[in-house]
Write a new protein. Structure first.
Length: 183
């Protein structure tokens, strides 16, 4: 999957990361946390399988909603390449969006913007998308129009637990095309 970034700035920005964790409380219950404070998580539960399913879907929702920025610095490089301490490299190449999830531990999911050089060195990483570099012609620079930014007061679909306390039903109303057509 390749995504197109619409910002026109060439300034480097820090690579982003979203981390979803399952935190256990003894042997009987656990909860899910997300590094994004706006995300609503389900209440503490004894159903670890349901929490794992929610955490995996929540990480997938972050990955789906993220637009990869071609001017992002490698998040791994910003962390002094702690994700691959045995192999050092210089950050280089296109920006990739990866999902890190250790199938043995099964408690942490990370979605990160990293470079092409670091991505293959990170254990248990899957490349989800690649940033498309803006194409420029020698005669003139291609101008890109930024998409209008819509601010939302509520968390987007797929990011919140439907059973979160105090959660309102914020699902958008969808109208079928057939009902809007005139005969």
């Amino acid at each position: 999957m390749t995504t197109v970034h619409t910002e026109t700035t060439t300034d480097r920005v820090p690579g982003r990361a979203w981390t979803i964790r399952i935190i256990g409380y003894g042997r009987t219950s656990a909860s899910v946390t997300c590094s994004t404070t706006a995300c609503r998580m389900p209440a503490r539960s004894e159903d670890l399988a349901a929490l794992r399913t929610f955490a995996a879907r929540h990480a997938a929702a972050h990955a789906k909603a993220a637009t990869i920025r071609p001017n992002a610095r490698c998040h791994c490089g910003l962390q002094s390449c702690e994700a691959h301490p045995d192999t050092k490299t210089h950050c280089a190449g296109a920006v990739l969006l990866i999902l890190r999830h250790d199938p043995v531990m099964r408690r942490v999911w990370s979605v990160e913007e990293v470079c092409e050089a670091c991505a293959p060195l990170i254990p248990n990483a899957t490349v989800l998308a690649r940033a498309e570099r803006p194409r420029r012609t020698p005669e003139r620079a291609v101008t890109q129009v930024a998409a209008p930014v819509r601010e939302r007061a509520v968390v987007a679909s797929g990011f919140s637990s439907p059973a979160a306390p105090g959660a309102k039903d914020t699902a958008p109303v969808r109208r079928s095309r057939r009902s809007s057509r005139r005969s």
